[in-house]
Design a protein around this ligand. Structure first.
Ligand SMILES: [Zn+2]
Length: 184
């Protein structure tokens, strides 16, 4: 898999490759198929505000400094542990080219909390959007698979609501890549 998409200087999607369409069709409930997304703002596809703000900073850095930015992130499916690498490179006229490749993909027992279509209970949990670590009640961070095994919030009849944030480890790594971030 090598997903590639280009945005213009106004953050509009101007090109996507075939792997984008394949990946989107396999991983989301609605079709983001090829031409349908062209002309749309990239921000229509990023729902979490803290993630959006980090991407804005990355794009700014790529554009202002003509600099390539690379980072890894988790992008699990319910039954797959997936580590991806994203690379942002300057495109023409203020555009940015994004490339996403698989680093590792391992099958594992499905985690219902990652299934976007699953019904939720009343419990809530916070997950790092970048590494999928879960914050426990004391504010310490557990790896997703450990959290699902050990934390009560995952043991109910329905999985908890998951809100996305940035864990301290990823915050430090991202700040190393793009500079100081706003407080969460
Ligand atoms: Zn993290």
């Amino acid at each position: 898999m090598r997903v590639e998409y280009h945005i213009d200087r106004d953050d509009r999607i101007v090109a996507v490759n075939d792997d984008w369409t394949t990946f989107a069709a396999a991983n989301s409930g609605h079709a983001l198929v090829g031409d349908a997304v062209l002309g749309q703002s990239i921000w229509d596809h990023v729902s979490d505000p803290s993630t959006a703000s980090i991407y804005q900073r990355m794009y700014q850095r790529v554009r202002d400094e003509s600099r390539t930015t690379t980072f890894t992130f988790r992008c699990d499916a319910p039954g797959e542990r997936r580590l991806f690498r994203m690379q942002l490179t300057p495109g023409d006229e203020g555009g940015v080219i994004t490339e996403v490749r698989e680093v590792t993909v391992e099958p594992r027992a499905p985690i219902r909390a990652l299934d976007a279509t699953c019904e939720r209970g009343e419990a809530m949990t916070r997950m790092c959007a970048w590494c999928h670590a879960i914050a426990d009640a004391d504010g310490s961070w557990l790896e997703l698979e450990d959290a699902v095994r050990d934390l009560e919030v995952f043991h109910g009849a329905t999985p908890p609501f998951v809100t996305h944030t940035v864990c301290p480890t990823c915050r430090a790594a991202l700040e190393g890549e793009i500079g100081q971030l706003d407080a969460p």
